[in-house]
Design a protein around this ligand. Structure first.
Ligand code: SAM
Length: 239
């Protein structure tokens, strides 16, 4: 996959951004306190530039969202997009919005009622950052496939990661996973079964599955790959 690398100043922007939580271990067990409203907490692991996360947060104001991404350069783009959205929402001059999206650094404040935040971290750290049963739902979208067998343990739907998710998921919380990568999807179905998780729903062609596609919010990769004619697979499961 293409990845944005080495955007100068991205680490500094992330450190200064109100959208990004620094030292997330300090929030363990008290994530609700950082949001204006105490409401169910959903996380997306490997959110990329955050389009899906921010669209979900807008569609479900009665939930709080945390987007997790391990690369500064990618998270930097998410911060820029969050700022542009906030400016548009507050009715800012479109010229200023354009300047901001072009990377000029006069950063607007985060709205007080913002129901999403970002974390720059690796999914391996989840149990250090979220307490047992603290998370009400997990999204994985177009996760890196790691096609080589010897890297199978790095796939975000491998048993290693399912065990981490299980620790932090609340009673009844669900995992939702979308990908256009059929081998990764089939691997994920197997891992879910082998871990004794309950597979609630799945499809190999989401966009033609009327019931599962209802209310579907597309991710950046989903838009790109479905435009190329790739079928999108989706599963919903719980421990
Ligand atoms: N979810 C987005 C979408 O559907 O448009 C982006 C998909 S992109 C292929 C996968 C993203 O997951 C990348 O930005 C990558 O840096 C991030 N990622 C992969 N493994 C991760 C991990 N272990 N922890 C956190 N982020 C990870």
């Amino acid at each position: 996959m293409s990845r944005l690398r080495n955007i100068p100043g991205s680490a500094e922007v992330i450190q200064a951004s109100e959208y990004c939580i620094q030292d997330p271990e300090r929030c363990r067990g008290r994530w609700q306190e950082i949001f204006q409203k105490k409401q169910p907490l959903f996380i997306e692991i490997g959110m990329g530039k955050g389009h899906f996360l921010m669209d979900m947060a807008e569609a479900f104001p009665e939930r709080n969202y945390i987007g997790i991404e391990r690369y500064d350069s990618v998270l930097f783009r998410a911060v820029q997009k969050a700022e542009v959205r906030a400016m548009i929402r507050s009715g800012s001059d479109p010229d200023k919005v354009h300047v901001l999206s072009a990377g000029v650094q006069e950063r607007p404040e985060m709205p007080a009622d913002c129901n999403f935040r970002f974390l720059r971290m690796d999914a391996q750290q989840l149990p250090q950052v979220f307490a047992e049963h603290e998370v009400d739902g997990i999204y994985l979208n177009f996760s890196d496939p790691w096609p080589k067998e010897r890297h199978a343990g790095r796939r975000l739907t491998s048993a290693n990661f399912l065990k981490l998710y299980e620790k932090i998921m609340a009673e009844g919380a669900k995992l939702e996973f979308k990908t256009d990568n059929r081998p990764l999807f089939e691997f994920s179905l197997e891992e879910i079964k082998n871990q004794g998780w309950e597979l609630l729903q799945y499809t190999f062609d989401l966009h033609h599955d009327t019931s599962m596609n209802q209310g579907n919010i597309m991710t950046e990769y989903e838009k790109k790959f479905s435009a190329r004619g790739n079928r999108i697979c989706k599963l919903i499961a719980r421990p």
